[in-house]
Design a binder for this molecule. Structure first.
Ligand SMILES: [Zn+2]
Length: 90
């Protein structure tokens, strides 16, 4: 996995269930057609599938991610789903 880019994740509210921060990840993979595809998403900070203290969200969706395909690290735009995530109460 690529090194997380911390800046964008800092703009997200922490997880309401476990309190951990969310961290932005960007990965470039080659798909089966030989095309480069960029994947952007947020994961829990220090996400570790073998760690005991997993979040309830990770049990629902392994691992829990917030899609960030439209995020832009250069402009600081966190993406539509991340904005929804931040819009929640509390
Ligand atoms: Zn959590």
């Amino acid at each position: 996995m690529k090194k997380p880019i911390k800046n964008l994740g800092k703009k997200l509210k922490p997880c309401p269930f476990c309190g951990r921060k969310m961290v932005f990840h960007k990965e470039i993979r080659i798909n089966k057609y030989g095309k480069q595809v960029t994947y952007q998403y947020y994961l829990h900070e220090d996400y570790d599938i073998y760690h005991d203290e997993s979040c309830i969200l990770d049990e629902i969706d392994m691992p829990f991610t917030i899609g960030a395909g439209d995020a832009n690290p250069d402009t600081g735009y966190i993406g539509e789903y991340a904005e929804d995530w931040n819009r929640r109460e509390g």
